[in-house]
Design a protein around this ligand. Structure first.
Ligand code: NAD
Length: 394
């Protein structure tokens, strides 16, 4: 029998379950690449419910306990006295969401001799030391595509919010003002601007597709070039690297995974080479940009705006500079955990557990590390073997 430790974010401050704004969510059965949404044998939740907080339990308790397994759910994840660290000693499986990551450092993996599987309920497994997982022979799996469209929508929203100066204008309205000149002096049309994505994977391409009708000039860079038909269909300009793209555009949206090649990519030098008044939107991972360089560029006006939903660490301290930096449109890490996304990644987590517990192969698209090396999506989107683990706190 397996012991599964699941680290989820805390319940709403007003209690669980919350009062829902809508009575349901649309049913989505397939992804744009033809892959089906998760196909577990069954689910024990109603899509649209809050599943990602502690009391939601990703809808897993009945399924696991009926089969004799042990499920521990906690949000207490930091430091040696945390429930996570105590429960790791005999855990077989750890489940975590990037929004409230259970950092699985080399030291923590060493404290968990039985640990065989780390599941990311969502996408992005940089909170696991992948080198240590490879060394241990663990499997790391995530629910590929489960929230890619959710994130793409959030990125497009934040691009528009920054460029059109939405948040300050809304604040004038809330405060009882009608200061039109103040609202519009730094508001622009997106039409005609050059907009680029760093990485054209599942999210990056979805952002490009959603922006195409805005009559912008679209750019991208990626390690792997898109098919010529896609480039032509969307009118894309390809750049060989992030530097070339950053210098050519007005708006950059970041969509690569965090791994040794991408850590610190947007440093003071690269941000300094962008056009004055550029915008950066980062819904990928915080450490892809230099936190202090972004803050300084917002203060100097080199950047006209910075938005996104990813921070480091998570949760960030109360005095994190991005909470108060000028022209920032940051949200907590929420883009990939709408109830729509939760329904998919909770079902995907169950699918992975069903396969793992029955000793069946896990969907190849879900694999990041398996059998002692990067595998599946991990083999195409990540790099390992450098001895660094950029997203993992010690
Ligand atoms: P994906 O695997 O489909 O795409 C990743 C792309 O990055 C691939 O096309 C790959 O070739 C490219 N890439 C990797 N290294 C690169 C490099 N050095 N330079 C240029 N391109 C590079 O993944 P996805 O579904 O598009 O997700 C991308 C990332 O977004 C995730 O890894 C995760 O970090 C982040 N994410 C965030 C949220 C959120 O809630 N904010 C949710 C989901 C995913």
């Amino acid at each position: 029998m397996a012991k599964i430790v699941c680290v989820l974010y805390p319940d709403p401050v007003d209690g669980f379950p919350p009062k829902y704004a809508r009575d349901g969510i649309p049913a989505v059965t397939g992804y744009p690449d033809g892959q089906t949404t998760p196909t577990p044998e069954a689910v024990d939740f109603t899509p649209g419910e809050l599943l990602g907080s502690v009391s939601g339990e990703l809808g897993l308790r009945t399924f696991l306990e009926e089969r004799g397994h042990t499920l521990v759910v906690t949000s207490d994840k930091e430091g040696p006295d945390s429930e996570l660290e105590r429960e790791l000693a005999d855990a077989d499986v750890v489940i975590s969401q990037p929004f409230w990551p259970a950092y699985l450092s080399k030291a923590r993996i060493a404290k968990a001799p039985n640990l065989k599987l780390a599941i990311t309920a969502g996408i992005g497994s940089d909170h696991v030391d992948l080198d240590a997982a490879i060394e241990r022979g663990m499997t790391v799996a995530e629910v590929t595509y489960s929230n890619s469209i959710s994130v793409a929508e959030h990125a497009v929203m934040q691009i528009l919010a920054l460029v059109r100066n939405y948040l300050p204008s809304h604040q004038w309205a809330r405060d009882g003002g009608w200061n039109i000149a103040d609202c519009v002096a730094n508001a622009y049309d997106l039409e005609g601007m050059n907009v680029g994505v760093i990485a054209a994977g599942r999210i990056g391409v979805a952002v490009l597709r959603r922006l195409a009708p805005f009559d912008v000039k679209l750019h991208y860079t990626d390690k792997r070039r898109l098919p010529r038909e896609t480039e032509e269909e969307l009118g894309l300009t390809y750049h060989p690297d992030a530097r070339a793209l950053a210098r050519a555009v007005d708006v950059v949206s970041i969509h690569c995974p965090l791994h040794p090649e991408t850590e610190g990519l947007f440093d003071e030098k690269l941000i300094g080479e962008m056009k004055r008044g550029s915008y950066i939107i980062n819904t990928a991972r915080a450490q892809i940009v230099d936190q202090d360089a972004v803050t300084a560029a917002l203060k100097s006006g080199q950047l006209a705006g910075y938005a996104g939903d990813v921070w480091y660490p998570q949760p960030p301290p109360a005095d994190h500079p991005w909470r108060t930096a000028p022209h920032n449109g940051m949200t907590p890490h929420v883009s990939g955990t709408t109830p729509s996304a939760q329904a998919r990644y909770a079902a995907g987590t169950r699918e992975i557990l069903e396969d793992y517990l029955a000793q069946r192969p896990i969907r190849d698209e879900y694999l990041i590390v398996d059998g002692g090396s990067l595998a599946g999506t991990g083999a195409t989107s990540y790099t390992a073997g450098t001895g660094t683990a950029p997203g993992v706190s010690a």
